[in-house]
Design a protein around this ligand. Sequence first.
Ligand SMILES: *[C@@H]1O[C@H](CO)[C@@H](O)[C@H](O)[C@H]1NC(C)=O
Ligand SMILES: *[C@@H]1O[C@H](CO)[C@@H](O)[C@H](O)[C@H]1NC(C)=O
Length: 453
Amino acid sequence: MVPLPAQGHLNQLLHLSCLVSAASMPVYYVGSATHIRQAKTRVHGWNPSTIANVHFQEFPPTPFHNPPPDPNQSNKFPSQLLPSLSASIHLRDPVYKFVAQLSSSFRRVVVIYDSLMSYVVQDIGSLQNTESYCFHCIPAFTLYSFHWEAAGRPDDVPAEAAAVLKEIPGLDDCFSPEFDEFSRLQRGSRKISSGDIYNSSRAIEGFYLDFIAERKITGTEKLWAVGPFNPVVFPEKKGSRTRHECLDWLDRQSPNSVIFVSFGTTSSLSNEQVQELAFGLERSKQKFVWVVRDADKGDIFTGQVRKSELPEGFRERVKERGFIVRDWAPQLEILGHPSTAGFMSHCGWNSCIESISMGVPIATWPMHSDQPINAVFVTKVLRIGMEVKDWARRDEVVPSSSVENAVRRLMASEEGDEMRKRAQELGAAVRNSVMEGGSSSKEMDSFITHITR
Ligand SMILES: *[C@@H]1O[C@H](CO)[C@@H](O)[C@H](O)[C@H]1NC(C)=O
Ligand SMILES: *[C@@H]1O[C@H](CO)[C@@H](O)[C@H](O)[C@H]1NC(C)=O
């Protein structure tokens, strides 16, 4: 497994490693010591003995500049992570040597790599008993939208897709010039993939998965949608010492009464935006759990972390209705808690898929990359969410009044209740898809059968 060293990617391939190793195959998860440590430290919700079966192969680190995130940057793309991503290209040689060594002692070596690590794995195509599969950390809908955009928005799309594709924004401000260069490097690398794997489910986007396969959008029609496979059992028992306090707080709230507010690991909000968000939550009069955390750096273990300030007296005024989390939050458990009934999110695919599988509707606040398109997918295709931040006005601070209105609409209106109902139905379908006999479970079995043929 060759993950991209950013949280939302490290996490997904680590989970896939656990699933594959459950099929009694040795799995090697490779990367720099720092990023392997990050992946292991933050894994939650999985049985520790499953992780114990994964072999972690650390390569000597390439030093990189480790700046803090800039909350005042108007483009929210996480430029602070770029040096660490760029350092990852030095893994090309060690990864090749490592795979070559494995290939001399195993009948077959299967390399699963993040689509943004194509550069690193490009040479392994020359190894005899080795084959590789590209793992996509974004939904098929968004992947297709990127291709459609790059092709100049052609008319030749099925009617079912045409209407919604018109709604997707262009790619301006989604990425940074340095990242564009990084991603060109990946696209320019020799194609070695024998198939694609998606962390998505036919229950979510069967239409787009089939469409991508039929048209061979990524150059192959072999495709497996093996997601979401969230850990479905929540191990932290009431009263357990390691259980996060916010879950105890949620236990004391009534069912379907709390909105969860969190913007992932890559973007930081400016001080001004934090203030507006706080006032909006306060005036909405709804209950909330709010994660006020700064974005990750390339190396999360060194340097200072900024703590953004909340308005004067805020904590006191909302103490009956609000819970503020400053550290790493158990997001999946929060979303799965019966008191949680809405999620205000930046729409990273990890967050979307966790919310979808827990049946929680989303108030969308996209920041960069695939997020603006994922937001359209959630609001216009799945119809289980609504907008808080309009991407067209991405340069502006979202005023407290918009936050207040969005929270009220999602949590206390008929429209919100309808979305919640749809989200719950979709959640049930997605959870069924990963149970034995469900579509994702079958695709996972089919993938394992294919690689062990
Ligand atoms: C961001 O801007 C605010 C207000 O203009 C300023 O106080 C703060 O120091 C800036 N933060 C950084 C990290 O530059
Ligand atoms: C898919 O993403 C979810 C959300 O981050 C994660 O919990 C799950 O383990 C991932 N599944 C795979 C197969 O990577």
